[in-house]
Design a protein around this ligand. Structure first.
Ligand code: 5GP
Length: 179
C-alpha cells in the first residue's frame, strides 16, 4: 500500500491551527496525529481527542523509553509527537495532519524531509483577541504573545504560508495546498 501524505501545521498561539485542521480532518482520508502534553486540559477539550493529557512523570518516562520522534518544552509544558502516532496511520495510506511548534517542526524536517510544512499566520492584534476570547488567563496570554516573534521569524523554513484573517478563505487555501 502507498504511504499517506504527511502535513505539519505550524503557527503562533491563537492563529486558529486547531480550527482549520478540525475543519479538514474527516477521520477517513485525513486524520490528525494527536500529541501528548503535560498542560492542563481546557474546558471543552477531550483527552485522546485534542491531546493525550499526561503527567510530567509519565512524559519523562516516555522520553526515557525513546518513543517520541520529538518533544519540546513550550510555555512551561511538554508537548511531544509519539513515533507511532505518525508511522502507524501513514503505513495504512491515511494522510496525517500534525500540529506542532517551530522547534518540533525543525526536528520533523530532519526525519520527514518530504513532508509538507504549512505555516499559519495572523496579525498580532487578531492573535491577542482570539486568546482573550478563548478565555486564556492573562499570564498565559503574555507568555504566548512573547513567543509570536520567534515563531514568525522561522517562517522561511516552511513550504507555504496561509494568513488566517478569514477562516473560510484560510480553510480553502489549506485544502488547495493538500491537493
Ligand atoms: P496549545 O497549548 O496552545 O494547545 O499548544 C501550544 C503549542 O504546542 C502550539 O504551538 C502547538 O503547535 C504546539 N504543539 C502541539 N503538539 C505538539 C507536539 O507534539 N510537539 C511540539 N513540539 N509542539 C506541539
Amino acid at each position: 500500500m502507498k504511504n499517506g501524505k504527511l502535513i505539519f501545521v505550524i503557527g503562533p498561539s491563537g492563529v486558529g491551527k486547531d480550527t482549520i485542521v478540525n475543519r479538514v480532518v474527516d477521520g477517513d482520508s485525513f486524520c490528525k496525529a494527536i500529541s501528548h502534553t503535560t498542560r492542563d486540559i481546557r474546558p471543552g477539550e477531550q483527552n485522546g481527542v485534542d491531546y493525550h493529557f499526561i503527567s510530567n512523570s509519565e512524559f519523562r518516562e516516555f522520553i526515557g523509553q525513546g518513543v517520541f520522534h520529538e518533544y519540546a518544552l513550550v510555555y512551561e509544558n511538554y508537548y511531544g509527537t509519539m513515533k507511532t502516532s505518525i508511522t502507524n496511520p501513514l503505513k495504512t495510506g491515511i494522510n496525517i495532519i500534525k500540529i506542532i511548534e517551530v522547534d518540533g517542526a525543525r526536528e520533523m524536517q530532519k526525519i520527514y524531509p518530504d513532508a509538507n510544512f504549512i505555516f499559519i499566520n495572523a496579525p498580532v492584534d487578531v492573535l491577542k483577541q482570539r486568546l482573550i476570547n478563548r478565555g486564556d488567563k492573562l499570564e498565559s496570554i503574555i507568555k504566548r504573545l512573547k513567543r509570536v516573534e520567534y515563531e514568525v521569524s522561522c517562517i522561511g523554513m516552511f513550504n507555504s504560508v496561509i494568513i488566517n484573517d478569514d477562516l473560510n478563505v484560510a480553510v480553502q487555501e489549506f485544502l488547495n495546498l493538500l491537493k
